[in-house]
Design a protein around this ligand. Structure first.
Ligand SMILES: [Zn+2]
Length: 343
């Protein structure tokens, strides 16, 4: 992975003084280099420069952190996983199983028996497991060795280790592709969308879920970190999908505003030009929200207190479930039976 691919004069991310209006990497949505810095720290207080495009409101890390800095971030955040020894405890399986069930509930109206689905960035395989239980022919791939091994060995699902760039998928062979919290990690999300589109049959579905750049439910200093290279709101996500050759089938935002998702459908409609991707009003909107989201204001909103209550409630639910079921599969089967009683 070359972090500075296609960028001229981009320095390695460092605390060196860079003019606020300097943009090294053109906007991945509209191609503009007219933008400005909105933050210069990551969640651990280290230097991380984040910029916003004045023409459309897309937000990204610029210059990008070096691969070493990204690895350091992951080592800090996901230490166990990077050692390849990730073995979730039953409480973790319950937590990720619950998320997977909710994700699949959203897809349920579109699912048909035998449908060919691929989960890109499948993590520990819970979404693949649930979709398989719902009768789909589903597989996934996951770059992290520990996660991929857990999914195939413990859950017994078809998850292979690899990156989307290295995976050979026949063109027009899939009915649906799902992408949960993957696109924000990509250097070139537009290219990812175009690549995945080729794998879909005509009219195939493509679901993307990502963090919402407009989210104010978390503390402002935790919003930006080295692992996330791009940040979207609904407008930029939908426009990028349209530019990559999809139409928007449906979209929504989580109740706490933290995540957004869109379901796209592969289409032959002429995609918008770079000029048509410009959304100056969206830039104003995103910039205003980010400027207004300060630590001081955050503590005068219900968000930090709601988060604590939600965590406590979830913990007690996890403990009850873990007492009842022993293996990861038992935990997931119980969640599936509860969410989809006729399955
Ligand atoms: Zn732009």
């Amino acid at each position: 992975m070359n972090p500075n691919r296609g960028e001229k004069d981009a320095p390695e991310a460092s605390p060196a003084a860079i003019a606020p209006d300097k943009i090294f990497i053109p906007c991945n949505l509209c191609g503009s280099t007219d933008g400005h810095e909105i933050r210069n720290k990551d969640r651990h207080g280290g230097y991380l420069r984040t910029v916003i495009c004045r023409h459309c409101g897309l937000v990204w890390s610029d210059p990008r952190p070096t691969p070493e800095q990204v690895r350091e971030f992951y080592a800090h955040e996901y230490r166990m996983n990077y050692k390849g020894v990730y073995q979730p405890q039953p409480k973790h399986t319950y937590r990720s199983g619950k998320v997977a069930v909710n994700r699949c509930r959203r897809l349920k109206p579109m699912l048909k028996p035998g449908m060919k689905i691929m989960d890109v960035g499948a993590g520990s395989g819970e979404v693949v497991y649930v979709l398989q239980a719902l009768g789909c022919d589903v597989s996934g791939f996951e770059p992290n060795e520990g996660y991929a091994k857990y999914a195939s060995d413990i859950l017994g699902v078809k998850v292979t280790q690899g990156f989307y760039q290295d995976t050979s998928v026949p063109p027009e062979s899939l009915d649906m592709i799902t992408l949960y919290h993957v696109l924000e990690h990509m250097e070139d999300p537009y290219d990812v969308m175009k690549c995945l589109r080729r794998w879909l049959k005509p009219g195939g579905y493509f679901l993307v879920e990502i963090p919402n750049v407009e989210a104010v439910c978390q503390q402002p200093h935790t919003q930006f970190h080295r692992g996330h290279l791009h940040h979207f709101n609904q407008a930029t996500l939908q426009m990028m999908g349209r530019k990559a050759g999809f139409t928007v089938s449906s979209h929504d935002t989580s109740t706490d505003g933290g995540n957004i998702w869109a379901i796209f459908q592969k289409s032959d409609v002429t995609p918008p030009s770079a000029k048509e991707c410009e959304m100056p009003a969206n830039y104003e909107r995103v910039a205003k929200i980010l400027r207004g989201h300060t630590g001081f204001k955050h503590f005068f909103t219900p968000h930090p207190y709601q988060r604590i209550f939600r965590k406590l409630a979830a913990r007690s639910e996890e403990q009850r479930s873990v007492r009842l079921q022993r293996t990861p599969k038992e935990v997931l089967d119980a969640l599936i039976a509860e969410a989809f009683p006729r399955t």
